[in-house]
Design a protein around this ligand. Structure first.
Ligand code: FE2
Length: 287
């Protein structure tokens, strides 16, 4: 399974548009999951963007606290079960669980959100147990995107679900951690997979307003940054019979829209000759 970490703004969307199939080829991934909660200028995702991201080769999209930032998503999320919101939101449209089937193999993607320094929604620990009681009857391949701020809550969550799920990949902080490992019980874990977006930034947003807010305490208008773009995430290899993780590897690669071919060579070691099947034009003005 290839996981693409939080796609942030236009820079992140462009990197995902051009590199999803390249990473899929490099890692021989069968299934692609991407967190899209910051795809629209850092705040939510629009239905149009979500459709495009599916077309890039993403199978399931996860999200987090920013999922409701674009009103149009309220209707879309009920019609598109492959776009998940944290399942521990009390009463909102959409769902945090999707069971996919590919080449006769069933796999579940689960999205939950932490509560430490975040919204005080339903307990993710209890909700996870509730979800697993039904999902485990359908498949033992279970991937969890745990969207949370505190490292402690993420690590505790691992030990709550250890052996019961195939992988727990943390999202939300936008900074990749160097702590990936697979437990003795076969659960892969990383505290945070990082960000797909512009790194000359404060977690993906332009530096000026972010710094200004800390200096003055005044609200500022944030826009997604565009310089020093990277694609980041993790790859988890799972035994399809047992549902146990065999390995986890994090990745982070530079992406330059002006030198797309060089970015592809840097990742694959060669330039793929095939033509793209999907339209990757970025015709919207939303940053
Ligand atoms: Fe978030």
């Amino acid at each position: 399974m290839l996981f693409i970490a939080d796609i942030c703004g236009k820079a992140g969307r462009q990197a995902a548009a051009h590199l999803t199939d390249i990473l899929k080829e490099k890692f021989k991934a069968d299934f692609v999951i991407a967190n899209v909660e910051n795809a629209a200028g850092g705040f939510g995702v629009t239905p149009e963007m979500s459709r495009k991201i599916f077309a890039y080769g993403v199978d399931v999209q996860t999200s987090g606290n920013h999922i409701w930032d674009r009103m149009a998503i309220l209707e879309y999320i009920d019609q598109e079960p492959r776009l998940l919101r944290p399942d521990n939101y009390p009463k909102t449209p959409g769902s945090g669980v999707y069971i996919a089937e590919k080449d006769g193999v069933k796999m579940a993607v689960v999205n939950l959100m932490g509560r430490t320094y975040m919204l005080n929604i339903d307990c993710p620990f209890k909700q996870a147990t509730k979800i697993l009681s039904s999902v485990s009857k359908e498949t033992n391949i279970i991937f969890v995107d745990f969207h949370a701020e505190a490292t402690s809550e993420k690590q505790a969550f691992l030990y709550h679900l250890d052996s019961r799920v195939s992988a727990i990949v943390g999202t939300h902080t936008h900074v990749q951690t160097a702590d990936e490992f697979v437990t003795e019980n076969g659960t892969a874990y990383i505290t945070d997979a990082g960000m797909t977006g512009a790194y000359e930034s404060v977690i993906g947003m332009t530096i000026g307003p972010s710094l200004g807010r800390f200096l003055t305490g005044l609200p500022k208008r944030f826009t997604a940054a565009s310089n020093d773009v990277k694609i980041a995430g993790a790859v988890v290899s799972i035994d399809t019979k047992t549902g146990k993780a065999l390995s986890i590897q994090r990745y982070i690669y530079d992406f330059d829209i002006e030198k797309i071919d060089e970015s592809k060579i840097a990742i694959l070691g060669y330039l793929p000759k095939r033509e793209r099947k999907v339209d990757i034009s970025e015709d919207d003005n939303d940053n």
